[in-house]
Ligand binder design. Structure first.
Ligand SMILES: Cc1ncc(COP(=O)(O)O)c(C=O)c1O
Length: 406
């Protein structure tokens, strides 16, 4: 029980809904292949494991309280990486904060930032990462969902938002490359949003945790910080980005990421974090410095995803209308039948779990339809052999179930 009135607004998390949806399904007698959870499974870098296992370092780090603002070395390593990767300058003293993964930061940033005033609104994509919605609701704001429109290659259309809605907007969550759609937000759209942020006085919170997994080596995803620099937005006013080692370096258990951008936003956020007590352990900070300084393992990791997508696409393309994502590690697949039925039937026939799209999206107020309906999210995180096996089972499933897209 809680006395917080906003708590009751929180929805069940998609994985809980999936558990309930499938609890009475008897899966086929084959090894289970879970493709529902986006948990990276490639090997983490050896040099990070070695650093974490060093007894002298551990003895030193485990006997100290880490600083909430992180070590100078870590903030410096992050600012160098951002400069090299995104051509954006950051002051490591004031414009970078280490966080324990982007999830906690995406949530807690809203708690520190939102006013709780009536009519307060927070925009977010639809389908979306559910933390944005929970963060807005617990921050006393109303979520406003901006659809990733299939007719526009899953880009969001901000042009129809009325001035009244913009005036109430305190924060806009962006996700690029998007989970689950894999779309990358173009630079001119980011620049347009920065102009709107200044006109209507809101903050842009850009979740860029998939930025290092992409498929066109000549077109890496741009950051909001790149757009902000090109725009001439002094000191990244009203812009913050969220990054993580979870996907980039296969270290989801390290809980290491950063928030960077406007110092006027990061300063109160640091104060909030000091009270919240969520400083990253000192040995995780040391390991993180090494990970942000190395690019070779990131390139190898990306190549593994590229090879996996080539392999599964070859198997699935004859049977499914596959849209290739620009980034991230998901296929956002249109289904020929209701997405929940598809998931249950697939599990029963092939013992493969995927995530129903309707669990990752909310219905549109006008049409009552959800952009997640008749879609499933497939996370290609398992080892290559398992992904190929799963793709073959998906192909067999659609053929034997007699489903078609007519
Ligand atoms: C869109 C998106 N943002 C943030 C996260 C959180 O990642 P982490 O907290 O490991 O950095 C995830 C994890 O799946 C995600 O899909």
């Amino acid at each position: 029980m809680t006395n917080n009135p906003n708590f009751a607004l929180l929805k069940a998390y998609p994985f809980e809904k999936l558990r309930q949806l499938t609890e009475d399904v008897t899966p086929a007698a084959k090894p289970h292949i879970p493709l529902s959870l986006g948990e990276p499974k490639h090997a983490p870098p050896d040099f990070v494991l070695d650093a974490l296992a060093d007894p002298a370092t551990l003895a030193r780090c485990l006997t100290t309280y880490p600083a909430t603002r992180g070590s100078d070395d870590l903030r410096l390593a992050i600012s160098h990486w951002v400069k090299k990767r995104f051509a954006a300058e950051l002051d490591p003293q004031a414009e970078v904060l280490p966080v324990s993964g982007t999830r906690e930061a995406l949530f807690s940033f809203a708690q520190a930032q939102l006013s709780g005033k009536p009519n307060s609104k927070v925009m977010m994509p639809n389908p979306f990462y559910q933390i944005y919605e929970g963060a807005a609701l617990l921050g006393g704001a109303t979520p406003v969902f901006i659809k990733n429109n299939p007719a526009r290659d899953y880009q969001q259309d901000f042009s129809r938002i009325s001035s009244d809605v913009w005036r109430d907007t305190e924060m806009v969550y962006l996700c690029s490359p998007g989970n689950p759609t894999g779309q990358i937000m173009p630079q001119d759209q980011l620049i347009m949003l920065i102009d709107l942020a200044h006109e209507y006085d809101f903050v842009i919170a850009a979740d860029e945790c998939y930025s290092e997994i992409y498929f066109d080596e000549d077109n890496p995803p741009v950051s909001l910080l790149t757009a902000s620099s090109i725009h001439g937005n002094k000191r990244h006013a009203r812009c913050v980005v969220f990054h993580s080692l979870s996907k980039r370096s296969n270290l989801p258990g390290l809980r290491s990421g950063f928030v960077a951008g406007d110092a006027a936003l990061l300063s109160p956020y640091l104060k909030y974090r000091t009270y919240h007590g969520c400083a990253m352990s000192a040995h995780h900070q040391l390991a993180s410095v090494l990970a942000w300084q190395d690019e070779a393992h990131v390139i190898d990791n990306r190549r593994l995803y590229q090879a996996k997508f080539r392999a599964v696409t070859e198997i699935l393309a004859p049977h499914y209308p596959l849209r290739q994502p620009e980034g991230g590690f998901f296929h956002w697949l249109a289904t020929p039948i209701d997405d929940k039925t598809f998931c249950r039937d697939l599990l029963a026939a092939q013992n493969v779990t995927v995530m129903p799209g309707s669990f990752l999206a909310r219905p549109e107020p006008q049409s009552g339809q959800s952009p997640g309906d008749n879609h499933v999210r497939i996370a290609w995180v398992a080892p290559m052999e398992d992904c190929v096996d799963a793709a073959q089972r998906l192909a067999e499933f659609i053929q034997t179930a007699g489903l078609d897209y007519a």
